[in-house]
Design a protein around this ligand. Structure first.
Ligand code: C5P
Length: 203
């Protein structure tokens, strides 16, 4: 069975949580494509060339708590504007999307560029303030030294960079279902996504 669920949206809107939950519920493989860009960003912070890092990325590069820090998120969104970095990551994402058994991919350009033929396209969003607040709680929970204003500034800077770039900018696919999680609980958001998938599920 080939069945792709594309879940796009800005940072900290809830894509990751929703993706994991629906992948488990429907028995689909899951790829967090942000991790690919974070891994390249982390390698660049360690001195690598971004395009070389993207072309030679290997599974071990995708492991580690350091990938979840604000510094790496910022580096990820900087390398993500480089067309050759994006190009180097396309084939892996496309084959994952069309792998037998079905897949959920979450990112910024899955429904628009990586897999426009995805059976289900969701665009998960929320206000910048709600997203920053959630990300702040998450980072504090991990013991990171951050301020609410600093996290909000980072979220806004990343939004501007992700939406404003020329190659594969962040935007909903024309046929995407928009899920605004600003006033939804996690369960409510997951149920909306699950209902959209169930409506397209092959019998
Ligand atoms: O989703 P996450 O916050 O982990 O992504 C980190 C950065 O990677 C994003 O801010 C974005 O610039 C980039 N990214 C992208 N395309 C994707 C996934 C992530 O450009 N499909």
């Amino acid at each position: 069975m080939i069945f792709t669920v594309a879940i796009d949206g800005p940072a900290a809107a809830g894509k990751g949580t929703i993706s994991k939950a629906v992948a488990a519920r429907f028995g689909l493989a899951h790829l967090d494509t942000g991790l690919l860009y974070r891994a390249v960003g982390a390698l660049v912070l360690a001195g690598a060339d971004p395009v070389v890092a993207a072309r030679t990325l290997n599974p071990a590069d995708l492991e580690g708590d350091h990938l979840r820090t604000p510094a790496v998120a910022d580096a990820a969104s900087k390398v993500a504007v480089i067309p050759d970095v994006r190009l180097a990551l396309v084939d892996f994402q496309r084959s994952f999307a069309r792998r037998d058994g079905g897949a959920v991919l979450d990112g910024r350009d899955i429904g628009t560029v990586i897999c426009p033929q995805a059976e289900v396209k969701l665009y998960v969003t929320a206000s910048a303030e709600r997203r920053a607040d959630r990300r702040y709680q998450e980072l504090v929970g991990k013991g990171l030294d951050v301020t609410p204003q600093g996290v909000l500034d980072d979220v806004r800077a990343r939004d501007a960079r992700d939406s404003g770039r020329d190659t594969a900018p962040l935007k909903p696919a024309e046929d995407a279902i928009i899920i605004d999680t600003s006033d939804l609980s996690i369960d409510e958001a997951v149920e909306r996504a699950a209902a959209a998938i169930a409506a397209k599920w092959p019998l």
